[in-house]
Write a protein that binds this ligand. Sequence first.
Ligand code: BDR
Ligand code: CA
Length: 313
Amino acid sequence: MTFKKIIIDTDPGQDDAVAILLALASPENMAILGITTVAGNVPIDLTTRNARIVCELAKKSETAIYQGCDRPLAHTLVTAEHVHGKTGLDGPVLPEPTMPVQDQHAVDFIIETLRREPAGTVTLCPLGPLTNIATALQKAPDIAERIQEIVLMGGAYFEVGNITPAAEFNIYVDPEAAEIVFACGAPITVMPLDVTHKALVTQPRNDAFRALNTPVGIAVAEMTDFFERFDREKYGSDGAPLHDPCVIAYLIDPDMFSGRQINVEIETKSELTRGMTVADWWRVTDRKANALFIGDLDADRFFALLAERLGRL
Ligand code: BDR
Ligand code: CA
């Protein structure tokens, strides 16, 4: 088992919240150097608020949270209240947070951390639009070769789109940022909808969270209860997909995932397919592989890990 130093870049979001909780519950696997927030599921004030709520729920108010970009690089912000509710974290009733937000901008924190830590020792975990990461890469191109790995949730190939017929939400919100990240040369692992739609919180899995009978277990059950109504209506699926926790679970137990090392390019121009991840899954081009694109996971193992870890908080 390898130990990781990570920065979680996030737009909570119920599934982001579960990812953060999983990371906070796993100190033997990772040290969270900081949580950086970005506008995505809801505007930046709310994603920062929600990140603070989640850390306080886990009784980890010493976690350093940095607020980041409030809009995508080139387009107006698209949000997802239709999925996550008005606050982004609808479901449980949780107290307003009191823990501080750091003064430093998230982008500067990312740059400074990558320059300070030995090269190749910091993993970036983006769970939302890639605006902060791309802005850091634009401002400080030298950091690209210092990144150990970028493990991100975004994109889709077989599942195509969830916000448009062609695009997944995180990539659609800021395709220009995604293009910069996928071209940066750092090792990239992608958790697309192809895998996250297999990480479904079925009723027994939700019951297992609730049965923890802790504030965290009950809040996670209520979050996924809320979140699932959207996917049930849209896909007729058995429960809510836990997209973002796949990123953190991969750091803990990569063997429960499988995928292919392939080329992934981002469509930024077309009106119709903007934000599409053009993934060469069948290797029909000679474009150079730039990402490990995950396609499958052992869902039972994933949910067993989640219940065990959340039970610690
Ligand atoms: C992604 O979009 C957001 O709504 C979720 O938090 C996840 O990161 C799934 O498309
Ligand atoms: Ca997210």
